[in-house]
Design a binder for this molecule. Structure first.
Ligand code: 5GP
Length: 168
């Protein structure tokens, strides 16, 4: 089986603070944190608190159907964030990982002409990503197990548990 990068919730706590420090040191003060659901929501919450940004928006993007298996292209699901809210604003797009980078590119392209400034922050960036994020905590080319998606879906006690696709 393929080598994995394992992120624990504890290590995530360290990662998100260190990522915030990098952003603060760079002098970027976002007005809006735009999270790509679902993985980017964890990162957005942590960064928004750490950077004292009270405005979080969310966009749902569907792309991966399993480990390394995807739809032909990522798609943004309705409802889309209102571009009016973003004009004149400094936006920080967050996701858990830039892998192919197609998801971040889709959301970046959606924002870039509608806002004052847009930058991206991720915990992980893979070397083949077509988007080079401004803020990256760690680089890897392995499949990453995230603590929020590696465990099985919670069922009623006693009902059969289906292992997460990522745990296989
Ligand atoms: P991309 O569009 O950059 O290829 O992938 C973006 C999304 O795919 C991520 O937000 C994440 O949900 C999922 N993804 C891509 N690579 C990985 C990985 O190595 N591990 C996990 N758990 N999810 C991944």
């Amino acid at each position: 089986s393929q080598a994995r990068e394992n992120l624990t919730y504890e290590a995530f706590g360290v990662a998100v603070r260190e990522l915030a420090q990098t952003i603060a040191d760079d002098g970027y003060e976002p007005d809006i944190v735009l999270s790509i659901a679902r993985g980017g929501v964890f990162v957005a919450g942590g960064l928004a608190y750490a950077l004292d940004c009270k405005n979080i928006h969310l966009v749902n993007v569907e792309f991966y159907t399993g480990v390394g298996t995807t739809l032909p292209m990522p798609v943004m699901l309705a409802p889309l964030p209102n571009a009016i809210d973003f004009s004149q604003k400094k936006v920080l797009i967050t996701d858990d990982v830039a892998d192919t980078g197609k998801t971040l590119k889709l959301v970046h392209d959606f924002c870039v002409d509608a806002v004052a400034e847009v930058r991206t922050a991720v915990i992980y960036e893979k070397s083949h990503s077509l988007v080079k994020c401004e803020y990256v905590w760690k680089r890897t080319d392995e499949w990453i197990n995230f603590p929020w998606s590696v465990l099985p879906v919670v069922r009623k006690s006693g009902e059969p548990v289906t292992p997460s696709k990522e745990a296989l």
